[in-house]
Ligand binder design. Structure first.
Ligand SMILES: *[C@@H]1O[C@H](CO)[C@@H](O)[C@H](O)[C@H]1NC(C)=O
Ligand SMILES: *[C@@H]1O[C@H](CO)[C@@H](O)[C@H](O)[C@H]1NC(C)=O
Ligand SMILES: *[C@@H]1O[C@H](CO)[C@@H](O)[C@H](O)[C@H]1NC(C)=O
Ligand SMILES: *[C@@H]1O[C@H](CO)[C@@H](O)[C@H](O)[C@H]1NC(C)=O
Ligand SMILES: *[C@@H]1O[C@H](CO)[C@@H](O)[C@H](O)[C@H]1NC(C)=O
Length: 344
């Protein structure tokens, strides 16, 4: 066939020079059409056989373009472009995402802190995910859970979906963090997870909050429902009416234990990129929250929370045995807890 065509072509070229141009044109068009057909066919077949590969390739190309602006070399390990399995990031696929973890202790204002962060359109903090024991039963369940969170595939009411710029969770020290600290530090460093320590300076106030909260768990003065956090001053007043009695024999050992645990946590996680935030400092001056927003590289906005503080005012009104507590703490390293007060 090819030979025939060639001969035919040659023949025409020699014998009928006047018709050459039109015939030549026809042949060129024919060859072009054939080549086009073969090309389209082969591309189509490739698409069918490797559809997913094709998609991955296009995402990488998009990522290649995303990486260029505003990222300092030192920051690169902390900048991620997740490709969630549960939804598409669409127009925000090019927006970098930071991963973070709030490491804290119970009744340190972390619930309130998290509602503040979640009032930001670009922050998703997904709560106390590791309060569920199964998720922290071993290091593989922990990393599996973290992978999901940081890939934006952990769906909670806090998920902002496609335009999230910082994604994380709240994690209590006694929820596997101390137990698996070596592996978790390794994970944080290799995945570029930013750590926010949130602690309370006054552990005595924290202790009162713990006792009151556990009382509320049983007594439920708010119409029979247990509430760790409240949204109205009326509810806060009711909860604050309860005055716990602090066991003074256990007071100093308890305070020391909390002290040691937070010191140890700071030590363990020292090599991660982190900031330390104190609850009292945020209460005193909300501009502290700007530092947190800068740390997460999200645009600064005014963060808000509907939560109302339960215990306010001076400490001596909040417990039944203030005199004993005072006597126990005077002259100890914890004496300052007696005086430290803050206005709201
Ligand atoms: C934050 O979210 C808004 C609205 O979804 C979006 O327009 C904006 O680009 C996001 N900002 C960043 C830094 O991702
Ligand atoms: C980790 O825990 C999960 C669930 O409790 C279990 O299925 C899995 O076998 C455990 N893995 C290891 C390595 O121990
Ligand atoms: C209990 O419920 C009633 C009626 O819904 C309401 O008026 C009252 O304020 C509630 N009390 C508390 C302590 O929330
Ligand atoms: C305080 O705790 C100690 C140790 O658990 C216990 O022996 C003691 O009875 C407690 N005191 C009070 C007043 O509950
Ligand atoms: C809060 O802190 C910022 C800087 O950290 C300071 O400029 C500002 O004056 C402080 N505001 C108050 C009310 O103390």
């Amino acid at each position: 066939m090819a030979d025939d065509l060639c001969f035919f072509f040659k023949d025409n070229l020699i014998l009928k020079p006047q018709k050459t141009s039109s015939l030549l044109l026809r042949i060129i068009v024919l060859v072009c059409a054939m080549l086009c057909g073969v090309y389209i066919c082969s591309v189509h077949l490739k698409r069918i056989s490797a559809g997913t590969k094709d998609e991955a390739l296009s995402v990488q190309v998009v990522r290649g373009q995303c990486l260029v602006p505003h990222v300092e070399p030192w920051e690169k390990p902390y900048v991620h472009y997740p490709n969630p399995e549960t939804f598409r990031r669409d127009e925000c696929a090019c927006h970098p995402v930071r991963s973070f973890a709030i490491l804290s202790t119970q009744r340190s204002g972390s619930g309130w802190f998290e509602t503040l962060l979640n009032s930001h359109t670009n922050i998703s903090s997904n709560g106390e995910i590791f309060s569920v024991k199964d998720r922290r039963s071993n290091i593989s369940t922990i990393t599996e859970t973290l992978d999901k969170v940081y890939n934006l595939d952990w769906l909670t009411s806090a998920s902002k979906r496609e335009c999230t710029a910082a994604v994380g969770l709240k994690w209590m020290l006694n929820q596997g963090l101390m137990q698996y600290h070596e592996e978790i530090v390794e994970y944080f460093k290799s995945r570029g997870v930013l750590v926010i320590f949130l602690f309370r300076r006054n552990h005595l106030r924290r202790m009162i909050s713990i006792l009151a909260n556990s009382y509320d768990q049983n007594a439920k003065p708010l119409n029979g429902t247990h509430k760790s956090h409240v949204h109205s001053s009326h509810e806060a007043e009711i909860l604050a009416k309860f005055q716990p009695t602090i066991n003074t024999t256990l007071l100093i050992p308890n305070l020391r234990q909390v002290d040691e645990m937070t010191t140890k946590a700071l030590e363990y996680f020292r090599s991660t990129r982190h900031i330390v935030v104190y609850y009292e400092d945020i209460i005193k001056n909300r501009t502290k929250l700007d530092e947190v927003q800068d740390f997460l590289r999200v645009p600064r906005i005014k963060l808000t929370s509907r939560q109302v503080k339960i215990h306010k005012g001076s400490l001596n009104e909040q417990v039944t045995n203030w005199d004993d507590i005072e006597k126990t703490l005077r002259g100890t390293p914890y004496e300052s807890f007696l005086n430290a007060d803050y206005k709201l």
